[in-house]
Design a protein around this ligand. Structure first.
Ligand code: MTE
Length: 326
């Protein structure tokens, strides 16, 4: 996997950004005061002069100096039981119905889609409804890399390195009120950029999904902004998409423009299209066949290897407890 640091071209203007002080991490700070590699703990062994420099750090690091989030620290809690799927394989076999229903054609049809700049609305039962640019979230909230398996309801699977914001951190930042019990997420509606939104009028565009609040706060739940050590390409749901690895892939809504906190279970796109085939929870379960095919095994894209499907896609240690009460 290549981890080339890259500056994003869609950083928000400094006027709307969190003060730079929040973005100067410990490593940058040590470089700044010339102590990188000296093994000194910030605040412990620093001289008065170094502390004075530290105070000056935000100004030194200001405009345009936002650091790249890549390579992001990999969270060691999540390990794979199989090789990573090739980047090209994952990037050319996609479900993104806004563009086409042909998995191998999505990558070719996303050309007009413009995922930056990207406004995100935080609405509903929150202390303060607001709109922010996705760059603001990426720069203000913690970001890490996780190696996850992804299981589509269609029985294909992949294993990929996502980079993203733990959704719990996002929810804490969004400050839902005590009455909120669910979060509803909505994708973009841009028929001029997404051809299938124009032609496939029988779908209830834009794509929408939802989670219980405790699912959104679970350790596994990630708002991915990158994959394979760089920003998400358009076909994977740039610039920000959900990743819930214990659920079938259709829950992982791409290119989110709105998060709405609510006290009612939200409707979901696929449940509205075919209620008998796609339920709200959509937890991976080898014992419950899809009405039209078995879920007992899965096919790894790229190798075509068949593997037994695992309950909760193998993430039961984190996710099963969410459903103790049903
Ligand atoms: N999100 C939107 N907005 N539109 C979609 O069609 N497809 C879902 C999910 N998120 C979809 C979506 C399905 S069915 C799957 S399996 C995953 O995205 C596929 O993600 P990938 O193409 O990055 O592998």
């Amino acid at each position: 996997m290549v981890h080339l640091p890259r500056r994003r071209g869609w950083e928000i203007p400094d006027s709307s950004a969190t003060p730079e002080a929040a973005f100067v991490d410990r490593r940058d700070f040590l470089k700044l005061v010339g102590l990188a590699g000296a093994g000194l703990a910030v605040g412990a062994g620093l001289t008065r002069a170094a502390r004075a420099l530290a105070a000056a750090a935000p100004a030194v690091a200001a405009p345009g100096a936002a650091r790249s989030i890549y390579p992001a620290r990999r969270n060691p809690a999540f390990v794979l039981d199989r090789p990573l799927t090739g980047e090209q394989v994952a990037a050319t076999y996609n479900n993104f119905y806004e563009f086409t229903e042909q998995k191998d054609a999505v990558a070719r049809l996303v050309g007009k889609f413009e995922p930056r700049p990207w406004r995100i609305e935080i609405a509903g039962m929150v202390e303060t409804p607001r709109q922010v640019d996705v760059g603001y979230l990426i720069r203000s909230l913690p970001v890490e890399e996780r190696l996850y398996r992804h299981r589509c309801v269609e029985a294909w699977a992949m294993a990929v390195p996502w980079t993203g914001i733990p959704m719990r951190e996002f929810v804490k930042w969004a400050k839902p009120t005590s009455s909120a019990r669910f979060v509803r997420m909505v994708s973009f509606l841009r028929p001029d950029e997404a051809p299938n939104q124009k032609t496939a009028t029988w779908y209830p565009w834009p794509y929408y999904e939802g989670l219980r609040l405790e699912e959104a706060m679970n350790d596994l739940t990630l708002l991915a902004v990158g994959i394979y050590g760089h920003d998400l390409p358009k076909q994977h749901g740039a610039p920000i998409r959900l990743v819930t690895p214990w659920k079938y892939g259709f829950k992982s809504i791409k290119s989110i423009v709105r998060f709405e906190f609510t006290d009612r279970q939200p409707k979901t796109f696929w449940n509205d299209v075919a209620a008998k085939e796609y339920d709200f929870l959509a937890n991976v379960n080898p014992k419950v066949p899809h009405p039209r095919w078995s879920q007992a095994t899965e096919r790894m894209i790229g190798s075509d290897e068949r593997r037994p499907t695992l309950p909760y896609n193998g993430y039961g240690q984190w996710a099963a407890g969410l459903y103790d009460k049903g």
